[in-house]
Design a protein around this ligand. Structure first.
Ligand SMILES: Nc1nc2c(ncn2[C@@H]2O[C@H](COP(=O)(O)OP(=O)(O)OP(=O)(O)O)[C@@H](O)[C@H]2O)c(=O)[nH]1
Ligand SMILES: [Mg+2]
Length: 326
């Protein structure tokens, strides 16, 4: 099994040096229509082309976010897997190369789908045969569930605050999202658990060396997938490191979100920034500003209600959320 602690610590140091010169990069990938371009538009107010019907993004597109001190964060919007202008075997190479060059990869999966075979096969092909490459690549990926707003076993709550609202789930929708996130984690992350090396910045000054946990002054590593149970155990043993353990755990949680409802976008941004490291936090903290990412204009939110009630006896519209005055 590939595992060389010193090599890993050296690689992180090297990245730390390179980071000062090179922009940090995040790539968004997944099947066509899963909502990659829409997600970047929701996060940055950009106008990347989207399409309701046909595969849309054909070439890799870049969105640049400027942080403090002129540093930049580059987001890459990828064509849907296998939908680029390249022919089939070539796309795998293209993706692999691109993902290798990225600091963080968001792999988007449709929240309202239970079909995993195509994405699993694509992931397997892109990770390739080389064990070292597999470990490096899988450790960069966070899986996200897009279009969570399409799940409606119980209604969504719109918490109003003046002109803005924040969408939240409750009851069955909350439970369903947790179950889905768990299922997708089982399908996509667990099979690679022994290859993952979760890492986060060390802001505690504490150094540990107790497999599967180890650290140097700057970074804390966890070899494998830090699950809920082990997270609790670690937090009890080393309370001072609780926040760092949360970050190690969150790196490989599957994150449900919705571009339309701006649901959970702040959590998504937080995981991205945490993964990029402490440098990124100071440079891009404005970007994570919690409530802002999730806020939706009430005038817009009202339009998302997709049921109107029409009385066929009176031939009259009884309820249309868009016409409500609040
Ligand atoms: N309900 C809902 N629809 C969404 C959401 N995000 C995207 N969509 C819709 O999904 C469709 C596809 O969105 P795109 O952003 O073009 O998807 P893509 O993954 O970039 O597609 P390709 O460029 O073809 O790979 C569009 O009709 C979007 O309006 C969302 O959060 N909720
Ligand atoms: Mg697109």
């Amino acid at each position: 099994m590939f595992f060389d602690k010193q090599k890993l610590i050296d690689a992180v140091k090297q990245k730390f040096i390179q980071e000062k010169e090179k922009p940090l990069t995040v790539s968004v990938m997944g099947q066509t229509g899963v909502g990659k371009s829409s997600l970047l538009n929701a996060l940055f107010g950009t106008n990347l082309k989207t399409d309701d019907v046909r595969p849309c993004t054909k070439e890799i597109e870049r969105v640049i976010f400027k942080g403090k001190d002129k540093t930049e964060l580059w987001f890459y919007d990828m064509p849907g897997i296998g939908e680029s202008s390249q022919t089939d075997p070539k796309y795998v190479e293209e993706y692999r190369k691109h993902l290798n060059d990225s600091d963080v990869v968001l792999w988007a999966l449709h929240a309202d789908s239970r079909s995993v075979a195509f994405d699993l096969e694509s992931l397997r092909k892109i990770l390739g045969e080389n064990k070292e490459d597999q470990a490096k690549l899988i450790s960069k990926i966070t899986f996200i569930l897009t279009k969570a707003d399409l799940l409606t076993p119980s209604p969504w709550v719109l918490a109003k605050n003046d002109d803005y609202g924040i969408f939240a789930t409750y009851n069955k929708t909350t439970e369903l999202l947790v179950k889905k996130a768990t299922y997708f984690q089982e399908m996509f992350v667990l099979p690679y658990a022994d290859k993952i090396i979760s890492q986060t910045y060390n802001d505690t000054g504490v150094e540990l060396d107790e497999f599967p946990l180890f650290s140097d002054k700057h970074t804390i590593f966890y070899k494998g997938l830090l699950d809920d149970q082990n997270l609790r155990v670690l937090k009890n043993r080393f309370p001072a490191l609780a926040a760092a353990f949360d970050r190690l755990h969150d790196n490989y949680q599957v994150i449900p979100c919705s571009s339309l409802f701006r649901f959970n976008l702040s959590q998504l941004l937080l995981v991205i920034i945490n993964r990029l490291g402490q440098n990124a936090i100071s440079r891009f903290s404005s970007f994570v500003s919690d409530e802002l990412a999730n806020r939706v204009l009430m005038s817009e939110a009202k339009k998302y209600c997709n049921i109107v009630v029409f009385d066929t006896v009176q031939q009259k519209l009884l309820f249309d959320m868009n016409k409500q005055n609040f």
